[in-house]
Design a protein around this ligand. Sequence first.
Ligand code: TXA
Ligand code: MG
Length: 349
Amino acid sequence: MRAVKTKLWTVDKNVHIHKKYPQIKEASLLITKNEVVAFPTETVYGLGANAYSDEAVGKIFEAKGRPSDNPLIVHIANESQLQELVNEIPEVAKKLMDAFWPGPLTLVFQKGEGIARQVTAGLATVAVRMPDHAIALSLINESGVPLAAPSANVSGKPSPTLAAHVYEDLCGKIAGIVDGGPTGIGVESTVLDCTTEIPTILRPGGVTKEQLEEVVGIVAVDPALVDDGQAPKSPGLKYKHYAPQAKLILVEGDKLFLQQQVQIAKQSGKKVGVLTTKENASEYDADIVLPCGSKNDLATVAQHLYEVLRKFDEYEIDVIYSETFPEQGVGKAIMNRLNKAAGGNVIKC
Ligand code: TXA
Ligand code: MG
């Protein structure tokens, strides 16, 4: 692949979305020239390109090493951009847009004309979201086009929650990175299919099932999310993802049981890591113990999850044992990502 000089811009995340900022102007100019630029959202950093350009979108797949059958989310800054992307907007979607946009909810619609072919990877549907982040919205406004944007990591690695993560993965492969500091939520948006009779969660994320149900009544969950044998409707979910370099094993059991696993691995000569919370960190004896948020506030676990998974790569360890979290609220998204990162390696007490 061609080597590219990667520009870095630093922008305060509290920009006014309709004011002009030279850094955002420069970044958007590159987008209008069909280059790709990474930018912060409220969930994770995205890697954006003009959603109407095959050439631009092709560069996203190339930079990430992303399989071509995995479609992208299109990011918009206003609802008139949605009209051009989709065939129709179902009533249920309108209610959800009113309640959660801008925000971490991606809605899947029947697609309209004109979107770059690779964005939807041949599907008849398109996934769209309006991010709740002033820099993202400014960049879309300034570029004048919707931005197709996956998470700005190399395929398979944890999504980036800091500009430094993007730099580590994609420096020399993309035209620029807008650094707006740490992202807020830390896990990606919820992907919800609005083309089915009952709206269906394809990927758990920043908006919980409980929150969705408060607005539209019953919401279904793609059976593939609970049964490994089924093919997921969201193509991205069939790939191993979010994985640190060391083998990750989830431990369902108490602290004593987890410490026993650590002991056994250490005795066999392995260098061992533990992923836990700040409350429990002092209770483990391993080569490296990394706390990830507070067990009393799962939102903080979500916020730091990818950062901690990436941090383990800095220590040359062989195996990481991770605590598990209750699958309630954002806990569903946390456990979905941990299960993917562990590739099904779970030990139960
Ligand atoms: O929070 C987020 O959603 C972040 C930020 C950057 O917006 N983006 C993100 O994109 O997570 P990505 O590409 O890493 O994940 C998009 C997911 C994939 O699992 C993909 O398969 C699914 O959305 N997807 C995209 N279009 C779809 C469609 N038409 N039908 C079903 N799933 C779709
Ligand atoms: Mg991703």
